[in-house]
Write a protein that binds this ligand. Structure first.
Ligand code: B16
Ligand code: MG
Length: 214
């Protein structure tokens, strides 16, 4: 086996919460009388909450907003987002993802989450993976967002593994860049395939079973 551990991004890899992010940001954008669409929402993938707000505000033309007000707005968005997340259940975990995760574990690999989201523990619990992973590194334990490698380096550290023995699975270009910056190989899936920087390009999640063999 080429790797000893696999570090998974959460949103866009293990499950899909884009639509909930979209709906929550849309409520906020409407309130601020600011144009927002799904294309802009796609740019928020893997980006931290406060950096996401800055992208949402690119088209804002109202009164200048203080930092304090921006934090309030991001908090408001998060409250709406968490109400939407509460609807999630184990049905939001696909059979393919569940089966692949179990097979990777049977192969002896350590498995971790490396997500920018501060809601990662809540989402994992909702989809029935609350105690599945060997380690969780997320938006609550980092000071720098992807493309900085901090979230993945911490995940490797929590697993007790050297970064170069871990494979990162990512759906965002910023996440692939973060893996590379951390000295790790990256398996790109979904949108990230297009950036052409992944060590592997996964057409589907179960392709990981071959990728981990190197
Ligand atoms: P939160 P990931 C990222 O999760 C999302 O892709 C991104 O859209 C979101 O802004 C970010 O988490 C922060 O999320 O507001 O829940 O803390 O893809 O890194 O798992
Ligand atoms: Mg993602």
């Amino acid at each position: 086996m080429k790797y000893q551990g696999v570090i998974f991004d959460l949103d866009g890899v293990i499950c899909h919460t884009d639509e909930y992010h979209y709906q929550a940001w849309k409520v906020l954008a409407d309130k601020l009388d600011t144009y927002f669409d799904r294309e802009i929402n796609n740019r928020l993938r893997g980006v931290s909450r406060m950096d996401s707000l800055e992208i949402v505000l690119e088209r804002y033309t109202g009164e200048p907003l203080s930092q304090e007000r921006k934090v309030e707005l991001a908090t408001e968005k998060n409250e709406i987002y968490r109400q939407l997340l509460a609807q999630m259940s184990p049905k939001d975990l696909s059979a393919e993802v569940a089966d692949t995760l179990n097979k990777l574990r049977e192969m002896g690999l350590k498995l971790a989450i490396g997500s920018s989201s501060k809601n990662a523990p809540f989402i994992l619990e909702r989809i029935g993976l609350g105690s599945f992973f060997d380690a969780i590194s997320d938006g609550n334990n980092i000071t720098k967002s992807k493309p900085d490698p901090e979230v993945f380096l911490k995940a490797a550290e929590f697993l007790g593994l050297k970064p170069e023995t871990c494979l990162v699975v990512e759906d965002a270009e910023a996440g692939v860049d973060a893996a590379i910056a951390g000295g790790m190989d990256a398996a790109a899936i979904g949108d990230a395939v297009g950036c052409g920087k992944g060590t592997y390009n996964l057409a589907t999640f179960s392709d990981l079973l071959e990728a981990v063999k190197g």
